[in-house]
Design a protein around this ligand. Structure first.
Ligand code: CAA
Ligand code: FAD
Length: 380
């Protein structure tokens, strides 16, 4: 159909490369999900292919691509394995993007090349046991000790929690300044006083590792702070605005993957003497899924284009995530229905898509939080 976004040859080539690579992810995906096995080899390969630092400048070892290309690649990888794509999303849009845009030259040189190559993985730590949606009420403290910060507290639900080597940790330095007293610090895994909790046993994205982080009197040198004193909350909001586009694309991929498997199955499976695709009830489900997937893709590409064109993307990114995550959930549920009893067992993948879809309505801001962001923007 008409290329309304006028995707360039390069963008289409990135999509095709991601699609081709994603086929490799089918192997072992059920086992990784079953055993909560981290996709170590797959992430290494993603690094080699340039998918771990897609938007980073080649100067720092990145692929130097735009957000549209990133969205296209995220969709393709998420069509097969959303555990791999969340690892990719956090590394790309939170960690690398945050470091490249706000880090010092030394910080960029020290971390970006290895983050882009897949040699090391990054994590982003904002949420706490008692501060999720209400992200300004940080309890983790980074006390200013002159030449270093003393970090104390607990972070919860951290993606790449045990596998990361570098963590961007948000913490409160001046509580009386509320959100303006928060800092973001680069914490290395081997800093004394820093430990990771056990892996959470999750409903979905079970291949990605999620855990809590505990900091007890961790001495973080001042040069590990990103941005000016008190910039931490703004930093978090800025990286999340872009991160939400990545998660929207992940949701889109889960939805389009559900649709693709359903189309194939509906043409193979027979009931009452015909392929089930000949029953109008099934056709209508497929029509709804296809319409929603296209609409979700348009919102994702719109948000990505806004970011690439330096237009405001907080609203369009939130809209893309809000809508695509609902489409992911609905499409995956319908995919299971179309597969009947076969949909309920692991071999057909759609039950995994249904479990994986749910997280896209929760992390990087719940759907309710996206509505807060959108309504504030439109009521301005
Ligand atoms: N860009 C820059 N600054 C922003 C901003 C943005 N997009 N949004 C807000 N800010 C600034 C505000 O301007 C304000 O600054 P000033 O005081 O200097 O004016 C400051 O941040 C505080 O903003 P609010 O008063 O709006 O704060 P709030 O308490 O009302 O909360 C919120 C706003 C949007 C609800 C925010 O708390 C939020 O986004 N919550 C959800 C948290 C979240 O998304 N967590 C995700 C964790 S990471 C993750 O989940 C990764 C993963 O799974 C893979
Ligand atoms: P709460 O904030 O307690 O919300 C509970 C419910 O109340 C939700 O439905 C919420 O939408 C609703 N609610 C809250 N406030 C309002 C309001 N004002 N209006 C209407 N409804 C409201 N965090 C990180 O920092 N880094 C990560 O890498 C990361 N990875 C994650 C991976 C997984 C698998 C999971 C499960 C979470 C991850 N998170 C991460 C945390 C995630 O971002 C939070 O779980 C999320 O932001 C919601 O916070 P909460 O769990 O504390 O829920």
């Amino acid at each position: 159909s008409t290329n309304i976004y006028q995707l360039t040859e390069e963008q289409l080539a990135v999509r095709d490369a991601a699609r081709e690579f994603a086929q490799e992810l089918w192997a072992g995906v059920i086992e990784r999900d079953d055993h909560q096995k981290f996709p170590t080899e797959q992430v290494k390969k993603m690094g080699e292919l340039g998918f771990m630092g897609m938007m980073v400048s080649p100067e720092y070892g990145g692929s130097g691509l735009d957000t549209v290309s990133y969205v296209l690649a995220m969709e393709e990888i998420s069509k097969v394995d959303a555990s791999c794509s969340v690892i990719m999303s956090v590394n790309n849009s939170l960690v690398c993007w945050g470091l490249e845009h706000y880090g010092t030259e030394e910080q960029k040189q020290k971390y970006l090349p290895r983050l882009c190559s897949g040699e090391i993985i990054g994590a982003f730590a904002l949420s706490e046991p008692e501060a999720g949606s209400d992200a300004t009420s940080q309890r983790t403290t980074a006390e200013d000790m002159g030449d270093h910060y003393l970090l104390n507290g607990t972070k919860n639900w951290i993606t790449n929690g045990t596998t990361a080597s570098v963590y961007l940790v948000i913490a409160q330095t001046n509580p009386e300044l509320k959100s303006r007293g928060i800092n973001v610090l680069i914490v290395d895994k081997d800093m004394p006083g820093f430990i990771q909790g056990p892996k959470e046993n999750k409903l979905g994205i079970r291949g990605s590792d999620t855990c809590s982080l505990m900091f007890t009197d961790v001495k973080v040198p001042k040069e590990n702070r990103i941005g000016a004193d008190g910039f931490g909350f703004k930093f978090a909001m800025q990286v999340l605005a872009g991160g939400r586009i990545g998660i929207a694309a992940q949701a889109l991929g889960i939805a389009s993957g559900s649709l693709e498997l359903s189309l194939k199955y509906a043409k193979e499976r027979k009931a009452f003497g015909v392929e089930i695709a000949k029953h109008q009830a099934i056709q209508f489900k497929l029509a709804d899924m296809a319409t929603n997937v296209d609409a979700a893709r348009m919102l994702c590409l719109q948000a990505a284009a806004d970011k690439d064109n330096h237009d405001d993307y907080a609203k369009s990114g939130a809209m893309a995530k809000l809508f695509a995550s609902k489409v992911a959930m609905d499409s995956a549920v319908e995919a299971v229905q179309i597969h009947g009893g076969y949909g309920f067992v692991k071999e057909y993948h759609v039950e995994r898509f249904m479990r994986d879809a749910k997280i896209t309505q929760i992390y990087e801001g719940t759907s309710e939080i996206q509505k807060i962001v959108i309504s504030r923007e439109i009521l301005k």
